[in-house]
Design a protein around this ligand. Structure first.
Ligand code: RRO
Length: 348
């Protein structure tokens, strides 16, 4: 099940979906001690946040979907950097990717977090990827950036200009300070290339929007990957018995995940796979609860695959089941590597 993601050699393609049991170090530890291939932190802000009032997560008994309006509760970026610093050696030993998700509430908050990360270049030796979340649906009064087609390009331009500047400063620093293992930051095909940069996207539903977003993303060669999809924003789940909504924030509106969102997730993964080619890899996220879902995500073009709701519902032990089921499918179909069927979806 070995998976390469640029220079990373991972034990398998699975990663947790950000937000699911990855807010506290104890939860990250639990993921780290599972057989998951990579871990990502809860999307974070410069300072800790409490998030929205509870109840803010719900799953119906049939487990067909989940709804959340967490509101970005997190322990602040430094907490996650400290976590990776402490656990880096053991995570590397076990062959796990280390992803950090950033979700500043303004562009300045994101720039501020990039400063915090790069200010101490040692941080970069503890991280494999930085993922900018452009798609949190649950902040009162804030639109999802991924849907703000007018401003998405200029937003990304500011972020990538900042990263370029910080990397250039880092290179200057490196020549002065030979203590650090020197990241080669010039070319993404370089195997010594260090921190990967990704974006977490909301789901899109219209062919013209896939094209529009892909055209924007293609303007940023430093973008290594996209993670799609985030939850389907602003769904409403109703309990007929109580005649109420099931979560408190935003009058019950929240992001939908779970089995129900899989076709939307597959569509986003596959359409971006077609439009972005091999320049930008894809983490497929949404409704993966068994080995067949994982198989389909890879067939649609995903390189890594995130598991969210299923970890909420079943705990991290579901990782073993999903992997075993994929192995069975591959054996039946006589596939010995994931590359043999990645992106090979056939049409009628
Ligand atoms: O914290 C949340 O409410 C949240 C986030 Br940041 C996100 O990206 N996606 C989601 O479903 N919930």
């Amino acid at each position: 099940m070995n998976t390469t993601f640029y220079h990373l050699n991972l034990i398998n393609p699975l990663i947790n979906a950000s937000g699911v049991k990855c807010m506290y170090s104890s939860q990250l530890d639990e993921l780290a001690s599972s057989n998951i291939g990579s871990i990502v932190t809860k999307t974070c802000t410069p300072s800790p946040r409490q998030g929205n009032p509870e109840p803010r997560y719900y799953e119906p008994k049939n487990h067909l979907l989940t709804i959340n309006s967490m509101g970005l509760p997190n322990e602040g970026v430094q907490y996650y950097l400290d976590y990776y610093k402490k656990k880096s050696a053991s995570l590397q030993l076990s062959g796990k990717g280390r992803f950090l998700s950033l979700g500043g509430l303004s562009i300045n908050e994101n720039l501020n977090m990039l400063d915090i990360i790069y200010q101490n270049p040692e941080n970069l030796t503890y991280l494999d990827a930085i993922e900018v979340n452009l798609s949190c649906p649950n902040i009162v009064g804030k639109a999802q950036l991924g849907y703000d087609f007018q401003n998405l390009e200029s937003y990304l331009r500011v972020i990538f200009t900042k990263i370029k500047k910080l990397e250039e400063m880092l290179l200057v620093d490196m020549t002065k300070n030979v203590e650090l293992e020197k990241p080669e930051l010039k070319d993404k095909d370089d195997t010594k290339y260090k921190v990967l940069i990704g974006c977490k996207l909301p789901p899109y539903f219209d062919m013209s929007h896939f094209q529009l977003v892909a055209d924007i993303l293609n303007k940023f060669p430093r973008l290594d990957y996209i993670n799609c999809i985030n939850s389907i924003g602003n769904g409403l789940v109703i309990d007929s018995d109580t005649e109420t909504v099931v979560i408190k924030p935003k009058n019950g509106f929240g992001g939908l995940g779970g089995k129900l969102v899989k076709p939307t997730a597959l569509a986003n993964v596959h359409q971006f796979y077609r439009l972005l080619g091999d320049k930008v890899k894809i983490i497929g996220c949404g409704g993966v609860s068994n080995g067949d879902d994982l198989f389909q995500m890879i067939l649609a073009g995903a390189t890594l695959v995130a598991v969210g709701s299923q970890i909420m519902i079943k705990g991290v032990k579901c990782i073993d089941t999903i992997l075993r089921e994929l192995e069975d499918i591959m054996e039946k179909k006589s596939y010995s590597t994931l590359d043999e069927f990645r992106g090979k979806l056939q049409y009628m």
